[in-house]
Design a protein. Structure first.
Length: 251
């Protein structure tokens, strides 16, 4: 079971547990939720102790991954318990094609005519899906991949009539309007107008939206990317239900 940690506001005159743990259902997915009491004047040292106690209780019940509150300051305490945040890499890669189009548009660049360079260390299903979506939306897609690119190129040409530019020169990659990185590339300057480091959990996600009926079921205060990633991984959220909010997208 995936865990969740949320802050709980203290209420004057009411006795409350410092770290209550209970099951919680979100869109029919079960989470083991720890609610940690935090008031406006709770000392940081006390807060860390409460988080550590909650983390130990979650870990004791078999939790390994946990959805954290937004801007969570006590990650070290959870690491001591053997807990780690729910990864968002699969979510980032699932959104990559929409993300490229959104950021190109926000920078006043024509998505259809833009050159999009994709760099990866190996062929994966996520890479195939992303490159396919990009090739159907953009006139020029450059693929920098050690092996397997030829087969993907033939497949796209046969099925969709689109082509890729394989093994582009470094100068071509660096001059593309958008650069999509599945793995770190320290040899590249990464000064492209749009750069998506899909391997980097710390990079900010764009603002994400769900249909209103689903949005209402989400708890307040949870890290949005981690929560949606957990729901997506469990199959609760289907393809197309997560969209990017144009006005609120991260720069």
């Amino acid at each position: 079971m995936v865990g969740m940690l949320l802050w709980k506001s203290s209420q004057a005159g009411k006795k409350q547990k410092y770290a209550a743990v209970r099951e919680r259902s979100i869109l029919h997915m079960r989470f083991l939720c720890a609610e940690v009491l935090r008031g406006p004047r709770t000392p940081e040292a006390i807060l860390r102790r409460r988080v550590l106690a909650a983390g130990k209780r979650l870990r004791k019940q078999g939790v390994v991954q946990v959805v954290l509150p937004e801007d969570f300051p006590c990650r070290e305490q959870l690491e001591k318990c053997g807990l780690r945040p729910v990864p968002t890499l699969a979510l980032r890669r699932r959104l990559a094609a929409d993300w490229v189009r959104l950021d190109l548009g926000r920078r006043g660049l024509s998505p259809a005519g833009a050159k999009v360079a994709v760099c990866a260390a190996q062929m994966t299903g996520e890479l195939v899906r992303t490159v396919t979506e990009l090739a159907l939306r953009h006139r020029y897609v450059l693929l920098d991949l050690p092996y397997g690119g030829e087969d993907l190129c033939r497949q796209l040409r046969k099925e969709y009539g689109v082509s890729l530019l394989l093994s582009p020169a470094k100068e071509q990659v660096e001059s593309a309007e958008a650069l999509v990185l599945f793995d770190a590339r320290p040899d590249l300057a990464c000064r492209n107008p749009v750069v998506l480091p899909l391997y980097d959990e710390s990079a900010p996600l764009p603002a994400l939206a769900l249909p209103p009926v689903l949005e209402e079921a989400l708890p307040e205060g949870a890290d949005r990317g981690q929560l949606l990633a957990a729901l997506q991984e469990a199959g609760v959220l289907k393809r197309g239900q997560i969209s990017l909010e144009t006005e609120k997208a991260a720069p």
